[in-house]
Design a binder for this molecule. Structure first.
Ligand code: EPS
Length: 373
C-alpha cells in the first residue's frame, strides 16, 4: 500500500512530501522527476509566479546511490517566492475559493487558508507521481494526458487515439492539446478571459496503457479502481467532475451503444472491440487503456471580482484579488497524470505485493502466466 502526505505553504519557505510504501530496488531518476515538475510549470495562461520559480526537488531520504531502499522517500522543494510573513491578510473571500469556509472552520485568517489551499501544493504531488511513473515503467505501464477543452474550445473526439499519438501530438503544444487548430481556439479563449479580467476552466484526459486485468476489485466499494481514481482526481484543486470512459455521455445511450464486446485471439489473448468503459469494468481494470477525464472549474481569483462580504466589517464589498493564473488546465493535466500514476501504482502494489521490485516482478509474471493459460 502506498500513502503520501505533503506539507508547505505557497509562499512559505518550503514544500515537502513523504511517500511511504515504495518498494526497494527502484532506480530513482531525479532528472526525470524534475522534468515532470517543469512540465507542470508550463502551459499558456499561467500568471507571473511561474517566471519566478524553477521547481527542482531534492531527495531527503529513502534513496541510496540512486536506488530506493524501501524506506519512506522524502522530497524537498524550496520556494523562491518566500514572503509569507510579509504578505497582507485578506478579508473579502473569493467566491469559489476555500477562503470563506476555510477561515470560519479553522478560525484563521484568509491568508492562512489560501496559502495552503493554493495549487502550488500540487508540485509535491507531481514529484510523488513521477516516482510512481518510474515504478510503473518497470512493468511497461505508461501514462499520458491531453487537454480536451478550454472554455468553449473543444477537440473533435477521436476513438482511435493511442498513448503514443497523444505524446507525439502534444509535444509542441502550449496547452497540451493534440490538435493545432483547437489549440489556437484554446489560446484565444484564454486571451479573451484575460482581456475580460476573468478566468476560464476546461477538461483534460489521462490515459494509461499496459495495465493488467484485475487491478482494483468489485468485492467492496472502497476497493473499486474507478472510485479510487475519482477520489484522487477530485482531491485536486479546481476539479469538479471526473468521468471514466464515456462517462456522462452514457446517460443518453442504450446498452448496446455503451458496452465493449469481448473477443479472444491466440496472439492478443482477450480483448474488447471498443473501449467505452475506459478500461474499467466492475471496479477492476479490464486490460484496455484506462481513460479518465477531469473537469476543472475556472480559477476563482478574478481581476474583476465578484460580490463578497468583508469578514471583518460584514459590509458588502467586492472579493479580494491577488496575482493568479487565468487558466491552469494544461498544468492540471500533468497533475492528473501524477495522481493517476499514484492510484495505479497503489493498486498494482496491492495486487502484486512485495517489498522489492524483484519480488514484485516475480508475482506479476506468475499472474500473467496464470491468466493467459
Ligand atoms: C495559486 C496562485 C498563483 C499560482 C499558484 C496557484 O500563485 P501566486 O499567488 O504566487 O501568484 O501561480 O500556482 C503555483 C504557484 C504553482 O506552482 O502552481 C493559487 O492561489 O492557487
Amino acid at each position: 500500500m502506498l500513502r503520501y502526505i505533503t506539507t508547505g505553504e505557497s509562499h512559505g519557505k518550503h514544500m515537502a512530501a513523504i511517500l511511504e510504501g515504495m518498494p526497494s530496488g527502484l532506480h530513482v531518476d531525479l532528472g526525470y522527476i524534475n522534468e515532470e515538475l517543469h512540465r507542470r510549470q508550463q502551459g499558456y495562461g499561467r500568471g507571473g509566479r511561474q517566471k519566478i520559480e524553477k521547481d527542482n526537488v531534492e531527495i531527503l531520504g529513502g534513496v541510496i546511490k540512486g536506488i530506493s531502499t524501501g524506506a519512506p522517500i522524502g522530497f524537498l522543494l524550496i520556494n523562491k517566492d518566500f514572503k509569507i510573513d510579509e504578505m497582507p491578510d485578506l478579508y473579502r473571500p473569493r467566491p469559489g475559493h476555500a477562503d470563506f469556509a476555510g477561515s470560519l472552520k479553522y478560525h484563521q485568517s484568509i491568508r492562512a487558508v489560501l496559502e495552503r489551499a493554493s495549487a502550488r501544493e500540487t508540485a509535491m504531488r507531481v514529484a510523488v507521481g513521477a516516482l510512481c511513473k518510474l515504478f510503473l515503467r518497470e512493468f511497461k505501464i505508461e501514462i499520458a494526458s491531453h487537454v480536451l477543452q478550454i472554455g468553449k474550445a473543444r477537440i473533435q473526439e477521436d476513438e482511435s487515439l493511442t498513448l503514443d499519438k497523444i505524446r507525439k501530438k502534444t509535444a509542441q503544444s502550449q496547452v497540451n492539446c493534440i490538435s493545432p487548430e483547437t489549440e489556437k481556439a484554446m489560446i484565444a479563449a484564454i486571451d479573451e478571459a484575460r482581456r475580460n479580467k476573468d478566468s476560464v476552466g476546461g477538461q483534460y484526459e489521462v490515459r494509461v496503457s499496459g495495465v493488467p486485468v484485475g487491478l482494483g476489485s468489485y468485492v467492496h466499494f472502497e476497493r473499486k479502481l474507478d472510485g479510487r481514481l475519482a477520489n484522487l482526481l477530485m482531491g485536486m484543486q479546481s476539479v469538479k467532475a471526473v468521468e471514466i470512459g464515456y462517462g456522462t455521455k452514457l446517460a443518453g445511450l442504450s446498452g448496446s451503444q455503451s458496452h465493449d464486446e469481448i473477443f479472444h485471439d491466440a496472439k492478443r489473448g482477450y480483448y474488447h472491440g471498443t473501449n467505452r468503459a475506459g478500461g474499467i469494468e466492475g471496479g477492476m481494470s479490464n486490460g484496455e487503456d484506462i481513460i479518465v477525464r477531469a473537469t476543472m472549474k475556472p480559477i476563482s481569483t478574478l481581476a474583476q471580482p465578484l460580490a463578497s462580504v468583508n469578514m471583518a466589517t460584514k459590509q458588502a464589498e467586492k472579493a479580494d484579488f491577488e496575482r493568479s493564473d487565468v487558466c491552469a488546465v494544461p498544468a492540471g493535466s500533468v497533475i492528473g497524470e501524477s495522481l493517476v500514476a499514484y492510484g495505479i501504482a497503489d493498486a498494482f502494489l496491492e495486487k502484486f505485493g512485495g517489498d522489492a521490485v524483484i519480488e514484485i516482478r516475480r508475482n506479476f509474471e506468475g499472474y500473467l502466466k496464470q491468466i493467459h493459460a
